[in-house]
Design a protein around this ligand. Sequence first.
Ligand code: F3S
Length: 424
Amino acid sequence: MLLNDEQQAIYDGAKGESLAKVMKTLVMYGDTFGATKMVPVESEYGHLVTSFGLSVIKPVYALMDKLLAAGAVSKQKFTVDPLPLDKNVPTNFLQDIMFKIMYGKQDFYNGQLQKLGILDEKSYTCTCYMEESGNAPKEGQVLSWAESSAVVYANSVLGARCNRNSGIIELFGSIVGFVPYFGLLTDEGRKAKWIIEVETTKKPEAQVLGSAIGMKVMEDVPYIKGLSKWIGTELNQASKDYLKDMGAATASNGAVGLYHVDGLTPEAVKLGEKLINSNAKVYKIDDAELDRVKNGYPIIWKDKDAKPKLAFIGCPHLSVDQLNDWTDKIVSRLAKNGKEKVAVSLVLTAAPKVLDKFKGSDNAKKLEKAGVVISYICPLMYMNNPLCGKMPVITNSNKLRTYTSAKYMTDEEILSAVAGEALA
Ligand code: F3S
């Protein structure tokens, strides 16, 4: 890999041993993927995926301490993935003890993040790119991020350029201000190897469509046709929310880091079918294919017919519009069933700054009255332990379904369950 004078000097130790090690790690990472050079990180802010103070990840804390001692803090301020705990989210006594042990280093780790350069104490969310959270990179900017749902959104919907890096590697890029140039940073790497033809008779459930695409194309770039018929040709809040949820499913059920939507996403609007490789394969998705995909999800609850105990909506975190939309749907569905409170504990998750905007509104009061909890946590962090793993949890998130024992349900099925219909 060719380094310029500044990069070579850091590599050779001109800015200290720690920074040299950070640079060497990035060079090794780039070499593995055939990178030819290092390029500057251009976004205003970074984003870190490691948000949780798990007691067992001691090497991370030791590494952070070394970086801080050497003054190797992040060149750019950064946002971080959501926090794992919130006392408002229902737990039982055993879970409380378990969480205390598991996340025993949370306060210590939050302190390290502060010293390293977190934007502020309300910057814990995976949807950092939403207006309220203020970390939306501009089109064409090179990023050093790792959170898969945020990377795929930034690449596809915002037109920024970022590889699917790992945790810590993304921090290293933010510290030295350079990342290796390969993959989704290059024009060639952003070309589609798949054409997806959406031929459904109704608007596809975003999270099932994303799942189908992800499982088919894996890490390749898909060019999606036929979707603007259902979500339009304008990048407004509704289409952005749809793409956020669809993208997170492509990234977690497969390993997609970038997709193009014909007539909608920025590069597809500019370049159209020039973005498609000449030997691209075709995957047709109709109603039957979406049913096949959804029906193939394994249910790994101990008792497959158990009544759901808890429902999570908001992985990735919800927008204000989505919070409002869910409020309307929940309240009217409860009213239709002559009920005032949800029949299954329901948690809606969103970024702290999105919640700040929503709290105090009429809809927030309606949710509270209906017994719905709103929280800033990451449901995956809540679920990822043996106790919660045994609970019958339902979700409309295909990412949460993939990484935990939560059972996937469509929006309509969740609504029916929380209104007590499915349980009758
Ligand atoms: Fe976000 Fe956690 Fe889901 S980081 S995408 S809420 S798994």
